[in-house]
Every structure is written in structure tokens, then in C-alpha cells.
Design a protein around this ligand. Structure first.
Ligand code: DAH
Length: 358
């Protein structure tokens, strides 16, 4: 028998089943891996034995090789079994441990955000109308010219269409005569709702609108709220009642409210609503220095009127049976007056130093 074969057999005998015990004693994965390295690592007991295989004479290679491989395989098996057992025990321990208290405060306080001031004002306005019995509806920002202008009784070449400089949208592959734009006001919701429902209805809607305008009080994108009510025998009295209630809820009870005749193509008669200046509170104009109301004592807050019979005709509602009123207002304006914000662009710059003040 060659030396190498003898050495290998001695080596295997010395190793015996000792690895079983070493693995069993390992209490965690690093310890187990360490124990394995002592057997199969670079300087491991079995590795030393394996190295002698090279010197085994060819006639013994097969039988000795088989035995060595068997031992090696049983070491691997024992390792895998112990590893699985350790993992199981660990999982068991985790499951039996007292649960995490997810309500504990974090170590680093989480910064807390809040809704954008415009979102807040929009919700507040919509909530007032909801509490007055209006339903909230939605309309698209990319709209057909018909819904933004035509069905609202803007004549095609009427100067009123110039009142609102429009962003036009090119629709690739769209119908050649389709005129698509970014809505210039939320009044498109009137057309959409009146065309698809039967009166009575009382609806409000809010969202972004777009015009080619850009200065301290105008932004190319801003927000409006639209509202309208259609039923039998609705008169200007209901319009005044609802909008006065709204102004008092928004600006405080007893806030002076006045209606001034005005023109919008989709109402007849039309009016603008002013509230007594929330800054100087001098609706007799006795504070000529007030810069917010320019000394008039009044602030214009919305446009309104009785729905024009043509709008009813265009949306399939019989103007002989139904009447209604409509109104529209800008959200930024309300927020600027409420918080004394001098420049509309501050809302859209997303500077946290500004937003954190609300
Ligand atoms: N759409 C008008 C604008 O953007 C606002 C408006 C005025 C809406 C009168 C109405 C209304 O519903 O009745 O200037």
C-alpha cells in the first residue's frame, strides 16, 4: 500500500464523524461557516486529505477517490442540514418574539407635509357648495372648441373669444376640422353635465384652466371653480341667495355682498359679485389708501348670471321649462386675498420657504 493511500485513510479516520459534532455545536450561521471551513476550507482537515489524492497510484485512485468523495458529500450534506435548521430556528424565534410596536415614534422625526394652499382653498370652496346641496363633477382640461366656446353661446367671431387668449392643441391623426384647446375656463363642465343629465341638477366643479397671460396677478395655468343649478322656476333670487350664503361662509358672516351687471355670453342677465374689502373693511370707500381694493372698498370675486337659453338649446334642455343660474370664480384670487399673497407666481414655484407658511 502506498504512503499516500495510508495517509488518506488515516486522515479520513481521524476526521471520522467529528464534523457532525462541530456543526451541531455551531449556534449561528457564521459559526457554522467557520466550522465548515475547518473541514473543507483552504487549510481544512479534509482539504489536506484531498491534496494527497494526486500521489495515489492509479490502481487505487478509483476506490480511494470514491471514499473521499463520499466523505466530502456527507460533510456538505451535514452542513446544509445544519444551515437549514439554524434558519428555521431563527424564523421560529422571530415569529415567537414579541411583535414590533409599529406605533412607537421613529428615532428621526418624519417631516410632515401638508396640502398645497390652493388645494386647501379649492376643497374649502367645494365643501361650502357641497354643504349647500351641490354635487361635485369633473371635466377635462383638453377640450373641444365646441364645449369651451360654441355651446356656451360665444358667437364664432365675437370679440368675447378674444377675451380669453387660447392655447390650441394639435391632435396628430385627429379629424382635420377638430378644434382642440386647453380649456380657458371651467364653464365647459356646464356643457358636459347639461348634455348628459336631466334637470334638476346642482353641480360644482374645480380644476386647472389655461390662458396666454403672465404677470403678477395672471398665470398661464390657474384654477377655477364653476357651479350651476338648473330646475323649474329658478330665478335671480336663488342666485343671489346661494352666492350670498357662499360669500358669508368664505369671508365671514355679515360680509357685504353686491351684484353688478356684467356681460358673459353664456348668461343673461350677467353679473359680477363683489364683497366688501376684506382688508380695509370700508365698503363706503372711506379708506382711499387701501391698495388691495384700490380704495373702492370692494373686491370682485366672481362672475355669474342666469343661464342663457341658447346654452340650454345647445345641450338639449328645454328653455321654456327650465331656468338656471351659473357662476365661476378663480381659486388663486381667493387664496391671494385670504393669505395676503402679492404675486400669483409664488404658488407655482414650489419653494418650500413659501409653502411652509400655510
Ligand atoms: N367663465 C367665466 C370666466 O372664466 C367665469 C364665469 C362667469 C362663469 C359667469 C360662469 C358665469 O358660470 O355665469 O371669466
Amino acid at each position: 500500500m502506498s504512503d499516500a493511500v495510508t495517509e488518506i485513510e488515516r486522515g479520513l479516520a481521524a476526521l471520522g464523524e467529528s464534523f457532525q459534532k462541530r456543526f451541531a455545536e455551531a449556534q449561528d450561521e457564521p459559526a457554522l461557516r467557520h466550522a465548515k471551513a475547518e473541514v473543507l476550507g483552504k487549510k481544512g482537515d479534509l482539504t489536506a486529505v484531498l491534496k494527497r489524492m494526486a500521489a495515489v497510484p492509479p490502481e487505487h485512485k478509483k476506490s480511494v477517490g470514491e471514499r473521499v468523495n463520499e466523505v466530502k458529500a456527507s460533510v456538505e450534506r451535514a452542513f446544509e442540514e445544519r444551515l437549514a435548521a439554524l434558519h428555521r430556528a431563527r424564523r421560529e424565534a422571530d415569529l415567537n418574539a414579541p411583535p414590533f410596536d409599529l406605533t412607537l415614534p421613529g428615532r428621526v422625526p418624519a417631516p410632515r407635509g401638508h396640502v398645497h394652499p390652493l388645494t386647501r382653498v379649492r376643497h374649502e370652496i367645494l365643501d361650502i357648495f357641497r354643504s349647500l346641496g351641490f354635487e361635485v363633477a369633473w371635466g377635462p382640461e383638453v377640450e373641444l372648441w365646441e364645449n369651451n366656446f360654441e355651446k356656451l353661446a360665444f358667437p364664432p367671431d365675437h370679440p368675447a373669444t378674444d377675451m380669453q387668449d387660447t392655447f390650441w392643441v394639435r391632435v396628430d391623426g385627429g379629424a382635420p376640422d377638430a378644434k382642440v384647446l386647453l380649456r380657458t375656463h371651467t364653464s365647459n363642465v356646464q356643457v358636459r353635465e347639461m348634455s348628459t343629465r336631466k334637470p334638476p341638477m346642482a353641480v360644482v366643479s374645480g380644476g386647472p384652466v389655461y390662458r396666454r397671460d403672465d404677470d403678477v396677478t395672471h398665470s398661464p395655468m390657474f384654477h377655477q371653480i364653476e357651479g350651476f343649478l338648473v330646475a323649474e322656476r329658478v330665478s335671480f333670487a336663488e342666485l343671489k341667495g346661494v352666492l350670498t350664503a357662499f360669500a358669508e361662509r368664505l369671508y365671514g358672516e355679515g360680509t357685504p355682498v353686491r351684484f353688478r351687471p356684467s356681460y358673459f355670453p353664456f348668461v343673461e342677465p350677467g353679473a359680477e359679485v363683489d364683497v366688501g374689502c376684506v382688508f380695509c373693511r370700508a365698503d363706503d370707500g372711506s379708506r382711499p389708501a387701501c391698495r388691495v381694493c384700490k380704495g373702492t372698498g370692494w373686491l370682485e370675486i366672481l362672475g355669474c348670471g342666469m343661464v342663457h337659453p341658447d346654452v340650454f338649446r345647445h345641450t338639449g334642455i328645454d328653455p321654456e321649462t327650465y331656468t338656471g343660474f351659473a357662476f365661476g370664480l378663480g381659486v388663486e384670487r381667493v387664496a391671494m386675498l385670504r393669505y395676503g399673497i402679492p404675486d400669483i407666481r409664488l404658488f407655482f414655484e414650489n419653494d418650500p420657504r413659501f409653502l411652509a407658511q400655510f
